[in-house]
Design a protein around this ligand. Sequence first.
Ligand code: BMA
Length: 338
Amino acid sequence: MIKVLGEQSIPNLPWEDKPANCPGPIWRYSGNPVINRHPVDKIARIFNSGVIYKDGKYIGVFRAETIASLPHLRMGYSDDGINWKIDDHEINFVDEDGNPYRPYYAYDPRLVKVEDAYYIIWCTEFYGPALGIARTYDFKTFVRLENPLLPFNRNGVLFPRKVNGMYKLISRVSDNGHTPFGDIFISESPDMRYWGRHRHVMEKGGNGWWQGLKIGGGPAPIELEDGWLMFYHGVINNCNGYVYSIGGVILDKDEPSIVKYRCKYYLMTPEAPYEEVGFVPNVCFPCTSLVDKDTGRIAIYYGAADTYLALAFTTVDEVVKYIKENHEGIGRDADLGR
Ligand code: BMA
């Protein structure tokens, strides 16, 4: 088994064995969707969301959309990672001075533990879409930190530890709308406040078309002995609009702006009814991957059709083998990216 570093034992990780008829390296939970429409009063949909495992239980920071279609962040709790109790109010942030802070909108949260703190990184309003970041130690007080990067930006993902003494933040520079372009970049910081030494990580494109329009980070990277395993999303534009698939890449252990292996095939694409039909059809949007370090099992939480929260499974061994066997070097991915 490939060794996973920096992850916990999760004996009660949601899990199902791979069904015999699954053609790819990731398989869907048979009980999908995990969170259905109208989960709480006046909330129409919960989808692209962050989940962590803490003290034997699960905590979620959800993208919740009101019945006025306004996205905001809301907490939820679960004993098994499948059945959720969701708060009846949005997260109440304070700013660094302790004053109440409420983002006009907030979506696509990632939830990452770095050292002894938990960070939420989301897409927020800052003269257009940009990254919001907040820190909590106890899931009671959430301190919204100053804007880490300039607008426009989306899909911010923190690495779970410092690399060469620096915090690392993946992001996808964008425009002020539904970006018809976009590559993944990385920035670093000594203190989670000042971000710089920006580098290019990977570009859209490749021989196949599934990631030809744009790409964006997904869950926090998973540390392996010889690299960082990262799921991301890739987008194709066809006659009916955008289609969001899940891709896989392995980044260099010490210089994660360097791509070591990138899978030329999507790992999963919208094929289930709840992915193909919904508020926005044809979307699989991963924001969380939980790993049990003892078994190498991975549970991926992804938004389906901007309508549901869904679960899929793989193992470190299976997905790493698949990515390496189907590697495609794209553009200048293998460069330092400066
Ligand atoms: C992206 C983001 C995601 C969403 C996707 C598909 O631009 O807004 O939140 O899932 O579009 O609509």
